[in-house]
Ligand binder design. Structure first.
Ligand SMILES: Cc1cc2nc3c(=O)[nH]c(=O)nc-3n(C[C@H](O)[C@H](O)[C@H](O)COP(=O)(O)OP(=O)(O)OC[C@H]3O[C@@H](n4cnc5c(N)ncnc54)[C@H](O)[C@@H]3O)c2cc1C
Length: 538
């Protein structure tokens, strides 16, 4: 029997467990490929500990190639899906050339995005807590605030720097605020000019209680515990807007702060939102077997999907699988078995799973837990939390690394180095004579300006036989067509001599140009003229 090609897009809990099960149970029936933006799987429940410097950032992730040893892993960004042609379009590596991947069965496991546009200023000023880079950024940001607060002579600035606000009190908000508080607690003794009573930490929640998925008494315990640890828990109040120096709540309170962490605003993944899919609450509607209606061979799971748990679901979130790792793992296994059942022409099984419980860490060696209906709180719950996540963490090597991190923390001081690792928005690129700068079909990812040397653009149209050439000397630029959105290069750009080019990323270029109307007009005109020239001249 010819093997069917199963393409899994997204290497989080859902995608990884689906791929793993397909590989284990369907090796002779399917060829599996998993596409993920990074070459690692992120264990999201440990991200707050990465932010708190309890766990080294690379120890909260697992290389996908080690996790899925027998199947093809591709580090690439998914840019589009053609359901008619059963093709996924990805870009990979630095050449940014779109590549088409064929599939017989497609599993969409892309998770969700953070959508803060309802709150003016929050998108621009809030940190988020979704991936490894977010956790790393938060850790560096908090340490940076302490560094400046320790030496500033302006009381207002100091107060702002020492006020930390986390918005949203679900799992990730509660664990994030608790871990940030713990980091501050351990770090403060090294900052001689900061008194502990100068530090303020807030947890802001719109609902009238925190941890909505936990029983009320455990949520109350968690609130008390967070308050004992010095966190001001504010419930029943939403966030209205934010600036670089404050956050405004919808009861009119303005909190001066340099740190806002938003764990709210789960929105649809941008790609999912742009596709011809039926969405509800920002998630892809599936049937109980996790098939996506209207598209043959397409399945969805995890946070991205809205999977009914009952035959006739109503407008009630409890009728659908919740967005948790616990569910995503089970969905992955069931979905894989359903794909195999489809290939073998046997009966598919609806997804059914009942949560075994919930655990949330509250920092300072305390947690709340509800497991198989048994409620626990305090240190015992915290030990259970650690034991559970250690056992849940994939792979022996990964478990060992996490354990070593935890043990090291008992005997060593917190690691308060501020490691900055941001990719530059501009850079010089040197080309030798004859080097290709861009080729037809590559994604133009920014503005290129010639600083020294020269380049030649050639465009050949095989259908009409038209040939177009253009030279770029010092001060000339191309790529300004990326202003509205990234586009594909239609020609070949080659260095005519040793050449230096200034590259500005599309995002930064667009932001900068939009700030100056005269620049925006200039680039609109120049890109329009360029485009006209390219297509009209023989
Ligand atoms: C801070 C935090 C703490 C949490 N704590 C808990 C907890 O204690 N217990 C619990 O059960 N759940 C917890 N969760 C929720 C849980 O992590 C999610 O429900 C789970 O990760 C969902 O799995 P997923 O596979 O659907 O999505 P994700 O794990 O988000 O994976 C999506 C994957 O798709 C990839 N991707 C996205 N776009 C593209 C693209 N265009 N091209 C290629 N790849 C792409 C991403 O890189 C990512 O690897 C927590 C979440 C967070 C953020």
């Amino acid at each position: 029997m010819d093997k069917k090609k199963v393409l899994v897009i997204g290497g989080g809990f859902g995608g990884v467990y689906a791929a793993k099960t397909l590989e284990r149970q369907g090796r002779d029936k399917v060829e599996v490929e998993l596409v993920n933006a990074n070459n690692y799987f992120v264990f999201q429940p440990l991200l707050p500990e990465v932010a708190a410097a309890t766990i080294h950032s690379s120890d909260a992730v697992v290389p996908l190639r080690q996790l899925l040893r027998r199947l093809q892993v591709r580090q690439a960004a998914v840019r589009g899906i053609d359901f008619e042609m059963k093709t996924v379009i990805v870009v990979q590596g630095s050449r940014l050339t779109p590549i088409e991947l064929k599939y017989d069965e497609l599993v969409i496991a892309l998770g969700t995005s953070v959508d803060l546009k309802r709150f003016p200023g929050l998108r621009e000023h809030a940190l988020t807590m979704k991936n490894l880079a977010d956790a790393h950024r938060l850790r560096n940001h908090v340490i940076g605030c302490l560094e400046t607060a320790d030496v500033t002579t302006e009381p207002d600035v100091k107060q702002q720097l020492l006020t930390f606000v986390v918005v949203g009190a679900g799992f990730s908000g509660v664990e994030t605020v608790a871990e940030v508080r713990e980091l501050l607690h351990h770090a403060l003794k090294y900052y001689l000019n900061i008194r502990p009573d100068e530090v303020r930490v807030y947890l802001i929640e719109y609902a009238d209680r925190i941890l909505p998925t936990f029983p009320a008494d455990l949520a109350e315990y968690a609130t008390r515990r967070l308050r004992i640890n010095g966190i001001q828990v504010v419930t029943g109040v939403g966030t209205k807007s934010a600036t670089g120096t404050s956050v405004e709540l919808n009861n009119g309170t303005v909190i001066p702060t340099s740190t806002i962490v938003a764990t709210i605003g789960n929105g649809p993944h941008a790609l999912v939102d742009a596709l011809d899919l039926d969405l509800h609450w920002g998630r892809i509607k599936t049937d109980r077997f996790m098939r996506v209606p209207r598209h043959d061979g397409v399945w969805a799971l995890g946070d991205a999907a809205l999977i009914p748990l009952v035959e006739q679901p109503a407008e009630d979130p409890s009728h659908y699988a919740p967005q948790t790792a616990q569910f995503a793992v089970r969905e992955g296994r069931q979905l894989a078995q359903n794909i195999l059942a489809k290939i073998e022409k046997t009966e598919l099984k609806p997804f059914a799973y009942t949560s075994k419980g919930s655990l949330a860490s509250l920092g300072m060696s305390k947690a709340v837990a509800e497991v198989y209906g048994v409620k626990l709180s305090g240190t015992l719950a915290w030990l259970l939390w650690r034991g559970f996540y250690l056992q849940f963490f994939p792979g022996f090597a990964g478990k060992l690394r996490v354990l070593v991190n935890w043990l090291l923390n008992v005997v060593t001081p917190p690691n308060i180095v501020q490691v900055q690792a941001t990719s530059p928005a501009t850079r010089y690129i040197h080309y030798r004579k004859g080097d290709k700068v861009l080729e037809p079909g590559m994604v133009i990812d920014g503005l290129y300006t010639v600083i020294k040397g020269s380049l030649r653009l050639t465009i050949d149209n095989p259908e009409t036989g038209e040939h177009f050439e253009k030279l770029f000397g010092q001060g000339d630029h191309f790529g300004d067509r990326v202003l509205p959105k990234s586009v594909l290069c239609t020609g070949l750009v080659v260095a005519l001599e040793d050449t230096t080019v200034l590259w500005i990323s599309q995002r930064e270029f667009t932001r900068f140009v939009r700030a100056y109307p005269f620049l925006e007009n200039y680039f609109k005109e120049s890109s329009g003229a360029g485009a006209r020239a390219q297509y009209s001249r023989p």
